[in-house]
Write a protein that binds this ligand. Structure first.
Ligand code: CMC
Length: 429
């Protein structure tokens, strides 16, 4: 095995060491490339750039493998528990019973928002996108919790992490209640993480929402399958913002904004809109796939394709199974599930998708599950954010703990004008 790479530039040879990851992935360490050669690398979209070393999540996109702290993602399906996974990702090991109970107690204790934060919701129009509210309110949390600006040690960080994971769920629920003009429902300390969230979303002051175990398990699974995905766009954003030593809340608020886009977390909304468009008879599945292949149309088959997976996204397989199970247990017949299956069947046999190795991703089936539970489409990406939060927190902390970690500051290749003289306005043509 090579342990050095040789680069020849202008006839001169430079050697760079090779770093090897736990699973045998290899990287050329070019940290001193510019200092030694005067050159930078050019890699738009960072498809070939390792921005850090991380011990949190492993993905093998060629073989459809995803592991959290070494544990294959499939092993979380039997007894899905989002809080356990959050702990695992953030602290690096599965929680002992005592750790789990104490973390759950912290989540319960932190669930309420400062009462004056409720006024902030009133200031947003009813039609405000919930992702905008979520990001704004996570930032607003910094104003109410300046004690978390400088995290002194792991114990202090743990309280901040629990506070954020717990409060984000309350913010999400309040954003929804505000959008439908209904009273805010306070968190119930007797309820676990997911039932408590659904309680705040769906209960009325005069009627308690009951969370079926099958629904609890399905939403736990949806959240934990979104919990981390190594250096994706939003996580890289959180790390980028955190690298300037911005606080945890500010960094995660930026992550929400990155996640919002339709090529990232916003894809789960776009998938539902696509399925609905087909269901409404505006277009057939065959014509939609045809349009997605046409480079002039700007249409993509939403929920398909991935930067890293060139094989089935294991999360999509698991979500497809859960969608079937949930719908049949609840006795719900959703024609959108049949349309999704049909689209998948067509695409997987089409040479365009086969050659480009485009498979269903995590967003393809998640919306069908959320819809079956009564979660409105505009809240789908908010649920993705709640799910991704432990990953963001884990990465923010990992970076903060890395000795010698630097502010993220990529270079560029300047292709603008050469030196140009300023012309006074009255002399410009
Ligand atoms: N429908 C049609 N064509 C596609 C699709 C798609 N969904 N995805 C990729 N392609 C084509 C693309 O046009 C390109 O073709 P060509 O080589 O002829 O130019 C080729 O496949 C490679 O695509 P790319 O855009 O260079 O790949 P990327 O790694 O930059 O983008 C992606 C990955 C996820 C942004 C893209 O596949 C996509 O836009 N998918 C639809 C949106 C989506 O489902 N996003 C959720 C991603 S998973 C969860 C998450 O990250 O939030």
């Amino acid at each position: 095995m090579l342990n050095e790479a040789t680069l020849i530039l202008d006839g001169q040879e430079y050697r760079f060491s090779i770093r090897e990851g736990t699973e045998g992935e290899r990287a050329i360490d070019i940290q001193d490339l510019r200092a030694r050669t005067g050159y930078v690398t050019l890699d738009p979209g960072y498809g070939n750039t390792g921005s850090c070393q991380s011990a949190i999540t492993f993905i093998d996109g060629e073989n459809g493998i995803l592991r959290y702290r070494g544990i294959p993602i499939e092993q979380f399906e039997q007894a899905p528990n989002f809080v356990e996974v959050a702990w695992l990702l953030i602290f690096g090991h599965l929680p002992s019973d005592a750790e789990y109970q104490s973390f759950s107690a912290d989540l319960t204790a932190c669930a309420n928002l400062d009462e004056s934060m409720k006024h902030h919701f009133e200031g947003f129009p009813r039609s405000a996108p919930p992702m905008a509210i979520l990001s704004a309110m996570i930032n607003a949390l910094s104003c109410f919790h300046p004690e978390f600006f400088d995290l002194e040690d792991q114990a202090h960080f743990r309280i901040a992490a629990a506070g954020l994971i717990s409060k984000v769920r309350t913010i999400a629920a309040y954003a929804y209640r505000h959008s439908i003009g209904q009273p805010y429902i306070y968190p119930d300390p007797a309820l676990r993480y997911v039932p408590n969230f659904l309680h705040m979303l769906f209960s009325q002051p005069y009627a308690e929402h009951f969370c079926e175990p099958v629904v609890r398990d399905a939403i736990n699974l949806v959240l934990l399958l979104h919990a981390d995905h190594e250096q994706n766009c939003s996580t890289s954003t959180v790390r980028m913002v955190g690298s300037s030593q911005a606080n945890l809340f500010a960094s995660c608020a930026a992550g929400v904004c990155a996640l919002w886009g339709p090529l990232h977390g916003g894809a789960n909304v776009a998938v539902l809109e696509m399925l609905d468009q087909i269901y409404q008879g505006q277009i057939s599945p065959e014509d939609y796939v045809h349009m997605a292949k046409d480079k002039d149309s700007k249409v993509r088959l939403m929920g398909f394709g991935h930067r890293v997976y060139k094989n089935f996204d294991p999360r999509a397989r698991m979500l497809a199974n859960v969608a079937e199970r949930l719908l049949s247990t609840l006795g719900v017949k959703d024609p959108l599930l049949d349309i999704a299956r049909k689209l998948e069947e067509i695409a997987l046999e089409d040479p365009y998708f086969v050659e480009r190795k485009l498979y269903p991703n995590v967003d393809f089936y998640s919306g069908i599950i959320m819809r079956a539970v009564g979660i409105p489409t505009n809240m789908f990406t908010v649920l993705f954010s709640i799910g991704r939060l432990p990953g963001w927190i884990a990465h923010w902390w990992e970076q903060a703990q890395t000795r010698g970690s630097k502010i993220a500051r990529p270079r560029q290749l300047y292709v603008g004008s050469g030196v140009t003289d300023h012309v006074p306005r009255d002399q410009r043509s």
